[in-house]
Design a protein. Structure first.
Length: 318
């Protein structure tokens, strides 16, 4: 009996790319020795994304959709897809075709051997990235792997194929502040990495500005490391020791050598410098406090407005 692969496709203002994606994913039907189930998650799009998905669902029964009441973000969309997936194996894939659907064949053949619980894609190039984005992306992976015990592979994509057991483990993690690359790594399981050169978007514009990527990177660090809090404490201790040493030096110079105390310019510089360090440390603490605040409010991670998956709707919303 053929296995079923559920492909989760988060979409936000992607009306231009959906038809191209569907065309490419259906091309691998004959070569893929498994049944396909497509779940498009409309993340509160403002264009005709949902309409395009509905058109596909009317001509292909394998196409399912979940539509949010507003934009909740890609992380929420992926979670909704994982919760709705019925397949023996589950894949997450971007709709803009930067992830190559043809790789799904290799992933399935690899995971069917039983040696791995997950086959994931890792890009070895960053086509379409600006010069500064490439630099900051590389720097980000170095920083987070220094700060976190959970290893985040450089170039790792959300694009992967997972066993049902791994998906069930992921669904046990119900945190509000989600970083899926970290969650995929945190749950463990044997992962096979496939390297490939990612392509530029087939159509439309990226929804990830530099600022969004920067804030997302901060969220990932806060989600998977408490080391910044330790660094803030260590910096405080170091500056306390330095201040004690400087006080002793000033007293000795004044009483023994009769040297006058330095003027106000040096004092102002020191005040500004130490104040900056204090504000930085307070900011680090504030980040963790804000995340804790969001977690304890226990708000839903997403809200579904409509879906054509009756069993999923009855299970979660009735």
């Amino acid at each position: 009996m053929k296995k079923t692969i559920t492909v989760i496709v988060p979409c936000y203002n992607e009306e231009e790319t959906i038809s191209f994606f569907y065309e490419e994913i259906t091309k691998i039907d004959k070569k893929l020795k498994a049944n396909l189930e497509l779940i498009f998650v409309n993340d509160g799009s403002h264009d005709n994304t949902l309409l395009e998905i509905k058109k596909l669902s009317m001509k292909d029964k394998r196409v399912k959709y979940i539509s949010f009441s507003r934009n909740f973000g890609k992380e929420a969309a992926m979670l909704a897809g994982l919760e709705a997936a019925n397949g023996d194996y589950v894949s997450v894939m971007d709709v803009d075709l930067q992830d190559k659907p043809s790789l799904l064949i290799t992933m399935f053949e690899t995971i069917e051997k039983g040696e791995y619980d997950c086959v994931a894609a890792k890009s070895v190039s960053r086509h379409g990235y600006s010069f500064f984005r490439k630099i900051f992306t590389k720097l980000y992976y170095k920083i987070i792997n220094k700060l976190s015990k959970t290893k985040i592979v450089d170039g790792a994509r959300d694009f992967r194929l997972m066993t049902r057991q791994m998906v069930n483990a992921i669904l046990k993690l119900r945190e509000y502040n989600r970083y899926s690359k970290g969650i995929f790594s945190f749950v463990g399981f044997n992962t096979k990495w496939i390297t490939y050169e990612n392509s530029e978007r087939i159509a439309g514009k990226t929804k990830w500005s530099f600022w969004k990527l920067f804030t997302y990177s901060l969220e990932s660090i806060v989600s998977f490391s408490t080391l910044p809090l330790s660094i803030a404490s260590i910096v405080g201790i170091v500056f306390f020791i330095i201040s004690i040493v400087l006080i002793i030096v000033i007293i000795v110079k004044t009483l023994i050598f009769g040297d006058p105390v330095a003027g106000w310019p040096s004092l102002v510089c020191i005040i500004f410098f130490v104040s900056g360090i204090q504000l930085c440390c307070l900011g680090i603490i504030g980040q963790y406090l804000a995340k804790t605040y969001l977690e304890i409010k226990n708000r839903p991670i997403y809200i579904v407005k409509e879906t054509n998956m009756e069993d999923y709707y009855e299970k979660n919303f009735k």
